[in-house]
Design a protein around this ligand. Sequence first.
Ligand code: PGA
Length: 253
Amino acid sequence: MVDRRKLAAGNWKMNGLGAELAEIDALAAAHKDPSCDILICPPATLIERMVRRADGSAISVGGQDCHPATSGAHTGDISAAMLADAGADHVILGHSERRTDHGETDAGVRVKAEAAIAAGLVAIVCVGETLGEREAGETLAVVGRQVAGSVPDGATGASLVLAYEPVWAIGTGKVPTMDQIAEVHDFIRSALAERVGEAEAGAVRLLYGGSVKPGNADEIFAVSNVDGALVGGASLKAADLGGIIAALERAAG
Ligand code: PGA
């Protein structure tokens, strides 16, 4: 069995001013030598300060989006090279909020992921169905299409993380049943194998995201092919994310 180091990733979304960096101190102090990876993706304005603040700790820092080009006339956008230059080592791509708010498509996410990987970042590609798609029995078809369309050629376990985030579970307190999570994660693993080959598909970490909290993390992390979590709301407070990290460490054994 492939040894996939577990990953607890926090997505701060459009939350956080300088004062909130104190959460990083608390998180670093509570998790000095974790048996899983810890990543925080703050808004771009905080990346460089967070990198400095987390220096010497087990916490790494990522972005929440990047532009596919390296530089150029794209007002308001940030390139993958800029994220790397600021000290980020991961970037979330194709989050459902970006797919909805900014009309991001699978093909668009894929070129961003290619740019991120070329800049030396790990691309965390997000997929997931809406409630309407789930109720219509289309979950696996939708997720399969997103994986096939969003994952770049040649992605590896070192360059790609995949996050399954049912849109209806994000920020709602609703979580799929453990059987539903298992079904989709097992399916994603096999869809990835078709995309990048069996060996690399087996090395890619698959995160579950959507209303993960300290109280439900243990059961989620016990599910087959769940290698960690992408956490929104509960990542804003060190104590909450700390509870999720502790559950992930228990699952890592
Ligand atoms: P949530 O968000 O944990 O607040 O549901 C998850 C995400 O959007 O990544």
